[in-house]
Design a protein around this ligand. Structure first.
Ligand SMILES: *[C@@H]1O[C@H](CO)[C@@H](O)[C@H](O)[C@H]1NC(C)=O
Ligand SMILES: *[C@@H]1O[C@H](CO)[C@@H](O)[C@H](O)[C@H]1NC(C)=O
Length: 487
């Protein structure tokens, strides 16, 4: 009211000074309507330009099946309808171990069971040893192993049919090809979550080939790359055996539509999430972890890497890049968590590297809190690495290769970390910018990472997206967004 008064009097004074008395009513109407129009558009001008695409996503209204951005962006309310879901997973985690598809599967199915859905998982123990089935409330895990310790599909289906006869499953979910396509073809209502597709693996093989044989002189080494192409073609041919497809990155969904030619309505993006209560910024535990592993107080930057220490996770690349960096910046330290053949090579790098071995789950949060930046040198541009997300939840920026799956979903911009091409030169340049930025700037980026992770990568957001997805497949009413109960 106050604003409109002052605006109308201001703008009406110049014209009224040189027109006749009679025109004044018309002018007043004109000025008032101009003011009204002006006020109508004022709110629009306050929308910051940079965030407009994000606003579009969270303010989405319509059919969820048409959404091409991550469902995690939306906020789904509670539901009273309960589902009965069968899930096929390659393994089920026994004991600790960083990352891995099995840990993701366990997090998802536990959350869905806690939400009151009946979840029946058909799988084998990750340690390949005999274990009894698990029945925890609504969660039922059946181990159906063959002699080699992998899933015996016939046996799994015998159990599946028994449970199905007891009350039909609403939907079947498989983690990648845990339920093979020739079986999936005969099961109606199968949704698959792709944790890595051959199109991405082909990319990965190209990088590995260039890295292991830069001059192209080693005989026969391109075989693996040549084998990737028929595998890719095979995938494109069999993917339609699955009814619905979930990708864990925007870039993979894009490939499924453009290269695999699946109908966009059957392709969805649900990002992986981790337990946001387990991974939180905690300065104390970080200091404690540094002391325990004798990191000197005058260390300039502490880098951390975690996971299986094998070649295709990019350890040859980090080994070489860090050797070069450490020579110029002796105050930079590297913490290496995990096990594998590269553990011994890292210990050759001298006192600025601490090889920690595999960490207990209780130590993992301390590890992330002890570092200034999390490094993921992977040569496998597949999906989302859980370790990156865990580090972000602990408020740490990340340094990772510039694969579409990473720069399109995780490290969206420089404010969240650093990206590089998977070669030593580019990696060293990125490490040099980390050192140049220093711990204070890294802390600022870490805060942005925490916020980004809370907005997308939480177990709660992931579980509620999957819940809504299965509800929508059972009853199209749930495909509408937002519902009255949504937030
Ligand atoms: C898989 O399970 C079926 C059915 O129980 C059994 O007959 C078969 O021998 C098993 N195969 C292997 C390789 O363990
Ligand atoms: C840190 O302190 C140690 C001795 O306490 C010294 O040898 C080393 O050069 C110092 N490093 C840096 C980066 O200042």
């Amino acid at each position: 009211m106050m604003g409109s008064k002052s605006h109308s009097s201001k703008s009406s004074s110049p014209p009224s000074s040189f027109v006749y008395f009679r025109c004044i009513p018309i002018l007043t109407v004109l000025v008032l309507s101009l003011t009204y129009l002006f006020l109508l558009f004022v709110p629009l001008r306050h929308v910051p330009r940079g965030s407009s695409s994000r606003l579009d996503e969270t303010q989405f209204e319509g059919d969820l099946r048409d959404v091409m951005f991550p469902w995690n962006r939306l906020c789904f309310g509670p539901t009273f309808e309960k589902l009965k879901i069968a899930a096929f997973s390659k393994t089920w985690p026994i004991g600790a171990g960083p990352g891995g598809m099995e840990r993701h599967a366990a997090t998802l199915y536990r959350s869905l069971a806690q939400r009151g859905h009946k979840i029946h998982v058909f799988t084998v123990p990750s340690d390949r040893k005999p274990h009894g089935d698990i029945h925890e409330g609504n969660l039922h895990v059946y181990f159906a192993a063959n002699d080699h310790g992998s899933v015996n599909c016939s046996l799994a289906f015998e159990i599946f049919n028994g449970v199905n006869a007891d009350g039909a499953f609403d939907y079947v979910h498989t983690e990648s090809v845990s339920l093979p396509h020739w079986r999936a073809k005969n099961v109606p209502n199968v949704a698959v979550t792709w944790h890595g597709i051959w199109y991405e693996i082909m990319h990965s093989k190209i990088f590995q080939e260039l890295l292991s044989d830069p001059k192209g002189v080693l005989p026969g080494s391109v075989n693996e790359l040549q084998e990737a192409v028929p595998r890719l073609l095979d995938e494109i041919r069999f993917f339609p055996s699955y009814t619905q497809h979930i990708c864990i990155s925007k870039s993979a969904a894009d490939v499924l539509v453009r290269i695999y030619q699946l109908p966009p309505r059957d392709v969805h993006v649900i990002l992986n999430g981790v337990d946001e209560s387990r991974f939180i910024p905690d300065t104390e535990s970080g200091i404690h972890f540094r002391e325990k592993h004798r990191i000197p107080r005058n260390a300039t930057i502490v880098l951390g890497v975690a996971g299986r220490l094998v070649q295709d996770k990019g350890h040859p690349l980090l080994y070489e890049a860090f050797a070069s960096l450490s020579w110029r910046h002796p105050g930079v330290f590297l913490l290496v968590a995990g096990s594998g053949p590269w553990a011994r090579r890292y210990s050759e790098l001298g006192p600025s590297v601490r090889v920690l071995g595999p960490l207990e789950p209780s130590e993992l949060s301390g590890f992330y809190n002890a570092i200034d930046v999390f490094v993921n040198p992977t040569l496998r541009p597949q999906g989302l690495d859980l370790t990156i997300i865990e580090a972000m939840h602990c408020g740490k920026p990340v340094l990772a290769p510039n694969y579409p799956s990473i720069s399109g979903t995780v490290v969206l911009n420089e404010g969240l970390g650093y990206t590089f091409s998977p070669n030593v030169k580019s990696f060293v340049e990125a490490l040099e910018s980390v050192v140049r930025d220093g711990p204070e700037k890294l802390k600022g980026k870490g805060m942005a990472c925490k916020e980004h992770a809370l907005g997308l990568f939480t177990a709660t957001k992931m579980a509620s997206a999957y819940e809504r997805f299965f509800l929508c497949l059972k009853n199209p009413r749930y495909c509408q967004y937002p519902l009255q109960s949504d937030c």
